[in-house]
Write a protein of this length. Structure first.
Lengths: 399, 257
């Protein structure tokens, strides 16, 4: 029997359930056998992995933490984190596609959708028939996500009326390949002068909606990051998600969950660097002995492994808190902050262990570093995570 | 149609280790035997197409629970796990006797097995089982087609295929040609939680412990050796002319041409 920690009421048990273990093995087998062989080519050609994504749906990998009646697989956030980690261990781009779709595309509809909205939008997404995406960031609204300029103007009319959306979103993951976009727009101004922000569900195609430029990025070449353009895009009133003015809060809440997935992605990328470095350090000989027998190299590997383990536990704990229905905002921000910075260090060390070979594309470790950098930026930069954490601790308006 | 799949839990390929007694260590880190998974895959597609259910039958150590769970997540309806400390060290003949005793307690039209196991590699158990049960034995199956009260198998032969038919119940030994095993779906993983895994002991099967296990084995394990690591392979990808030159040079360098 696991020993109970005094007071907490929760047994400390670090053994994953057999289901989580089987899930990890399944995703790992799938990633190694079906995904790995196509990674290099997609990355080189900057090609979105539509074929691979199509395989994920039937396996249940595009709706892991959602209940079955919402089209999901009925597992939990921990399972989702494990799956994203294992995908990232083989392919960062694919992990990001899944994370953005699940946490950010599906997440808000799961949280705030009406039964009708869930049936119509979430079920096909969670079943993997339609890819989801999340449009918060704008040219002038990055870290300051409340600075949304995109507007939604209500027009009375047939039915319950329409919302007319105008504006541009930037750096939106899954742009062009998604069928359903959840986006924020200003619906007005509150009495205190602050913007009132709503969330809207936009399906592609909708007149007035288009995808603009797709970015050329440092890494994650096979994932798509692009612009969403709204030009008098008319949406029926029932495509507003949540109540009027609930949008921003809803998005921040989605980000709390999303950070767990980005943390998991960071752990997966860091683990990939370690997976590559250990055998390399054993095989590569210099000065007549394996480079792993030099402390200078061995200790890099020891540090990588130690930090990765700590990051993984933080991510799993944040996931566990969410699954328990407990406040996970702080834990998620901490996990994402720590894991992304671990990923940065570990993937960098991965190159160092490989020496000049690590700098060559053929050895893949350089890709891990480029891909890992995103985890320090997306879903709130490391500075923003520190803000979130510090505000909670200090209870001050830290800026 | 009821299909029983005989499935062995083997160490994850590439991670095999020997225990202190020199036997393959099966205490942890097991997976379904790869060849058995081809047969399982076909059993699942057959029952999906024609109705019926797949039952897994596995004789193995406690750690076989994980691979058994995987087969349930893939779609098998239930499993029978024959688990008994007396079974440790059993040879192929004893294992076959246990499987026979278990199969006598199960209702089936077809029993499926894999060609051989990745750890033991004996490949004789299915034939022993079929013989002892008096079942038609259809091996090297590249295709399996159920007929009314019978089964038709496309059997790989040295020169091509034999198409053979036998009345059911029958025992079919599959090959890779039956198709790649599916990955468990996440929903399957969840559903597996509520599927039945019956654990049967030697006593349940009415088997005298003296007839199985290491002491009763008709074969003795004298010594085990880890094969030397394989040499580096030369993969030739050039066109025919350049390839021939490379292959000849390779052989010549080793005094073989
Ligand atoms: C590959 C990729 C995919 C993305 N996918 C999506 C997506 O799907 N949906 C979406 O909505 N967005 C997405 N984004 C956008 C991402 O969330 C933003 O880029 C991020 O929030 C930062 O905003 P910014 O780029 O405008 O940088 P800025 O906000 O301009 O930040 C610049 C620098 O200033 C710092 N900074 C800003 N404010 C503060 C402060 N108060 N205190 C201290 N430092 C501060 C930042 O930390 C950073 O170092 C994606 C971005 C990338 C790169």
């Amino acid at each position: 029997m696991p020993r109970r920690v005094l007071g907490s009421g929760a047994p400390v048990d670090f053994a994953p359930s057999p289901e989580h273990e089987l899930l990890r093995q399944t995703v790992r087998d799938f990633a190694v056998r079906e995904v790995e062989p196509v990674v290099a080519q997609h990355e080189r050609e900057r090609r979105f992995p539509s074929d691979v994504v199509a395989m994920l749906g039937p396996m249940g990998l595009l709706g892991i933490p959602f209940p079955e009646d919402e089209g999901g697989a009925g597992l939990d956030t921990l399972a989702y984190a494990i799956a994203v980690e294992e995908l990232a261990r083989v392919w960062g781009s694919l992990a990001l596609v899944v994370a953005a779709h699940t946490s950010l595309g599906c997440g808000p509809i799961h949280t705030a959708g009406t039964p009708g909205q869930k049936e119509r939008f979430l079920v096909p997404m969670a079943q993997g028939r339609v890819l989801g995406s999340f449009g918060l960031t704008e040219p002038g609204a990055g870290s300051d996500s409340g600075g949304t300029r995109t507007t939604a103007r209500f027009e009375k009319g047939p039915g319950d009326g329409t919302w007319v959306i105008d504006g541009t979103k930037r750096f939106i993951t899954n742009a062009r390949y998604a069928g359903t976009y959840v986006v924020t727009a200003r619906t007005g101004t509150r009495s205190d002068g602050s913007p009132e922000i709503g969330a809207f569900i936009v399906t592609d195609p909708t007149p007035g909606f288009s995808v603009g430029r797709i970015e050329e990025k440092m890494g994650l070449h096979a994932s798509s990051t692009g612009e969403l353009i709204f030009d008098r895009c008319r949406l029926p009133a029932d495509q507003m998600l949540g109540g009027r003015g609930d949008g921003w809060k809803l998005f921040l809440r989605a980000l709390d969950g999303g950070r767990i997935a980005i943390g998991a992605m960071a752990v997966g990328l860091a683990q990939a660097a370690l997976d590559a470095s250990v055998p390399y350090a054993r095989q590569r000989q210099q000065f007549g002995r394996p480079i792993g027998s030099f402390q200078g190299v061995a200790f890099m590997i020891a540090d990588m492994a130690t930090e990765i383990e700590a990051a993984r536990l933080m991510v799993y704990r944040a996931a566990w808190l969410k699954d328990q229905g407990r406040d996970h905002a702080l834990a998620a921000a901490q996990a994402k902050l720590f894991a992304s910075e671990v990923a940065q260090r570990a993937t960098n060390a991965g190159i160092q262990v490989h020496g000049g070979y690590g700098y060559m594309e053929e050895f893949k470790v350089e890709r891990y570093l480029r891909d890992a950098k995103l985890t320090e930026l997306g879903e709130g930069t490391s500075q923003i995570q520190r803000l979130v954490i510090a505000r909670r601790l200090l209870d001050l308006e830290v800026m | 149609m009821q299909i029983v799949v005989l499935l062995k839990a083997v160490p994850v390929v590439g991670t095999e280790r020997l225990d202190a007694a020199g036997r393959v260590d099966r205490s942890a880190g097991l997976e379904p035997n790869g060849n058995d998974e081809y047969s399982l895959e076909r059993a699942l597609t057959l029952t999906e197409a024609h109705g019926g259910e797949v039952t897994i039958l596995s004789v193995g150590p406690a750690a076989a629970t994980d691979p058994i769970r995987k087969t349930l997540a893939m779609g098998a309806a239930r499993a029978v796990h024959v688990l008994d400390p007396g079974l440790i060290g059993s040879d192929m003949a004893a294992t076959a006797r246990v499987l026979v005793a278990a199969l006598r307690r199960l209702d089936f039209d077809l029993a499926f097995a894999g060609a051989d196991s990745s750890d033991g590699g004996g490949g004789l158990v299915p034939a022993m089982v079929a013989t002892q049960l008096g079942l038609p034995y259809l091996s090297y199956a590249a295709d399996v087609e159920p007929l009314d009260g019978a089964v038709r198998v496309r059997r790989i032969s040295p020169g091509g295929y034999h198409v053979i038919e036998a009345p059911t119940p029958a025992l079919v030994v599959g090959t890779q040609l039956l198709g790649a095993p599916r990955y468990p779906s996440l929903r399957g993983i969840m559903q597996a939680r509520s599927k039945e895994v019956a654990t049967w002991t030697l006593a349940d099967l009415g088997i005298d412990p003296a007839t199985v296990g290491e002491a009763a084995a008709g074969t003795r394990l004298l010594r085990t050796e880890t094969p030397p690591p394989r040499g580096r392979a030369l993969v030739v990808r050039d066109g025919p002319d350049a390839a021939v030159a490379q292959v000849v040079a390779f052989l010549a360098a080793r005094g073989l041409a």
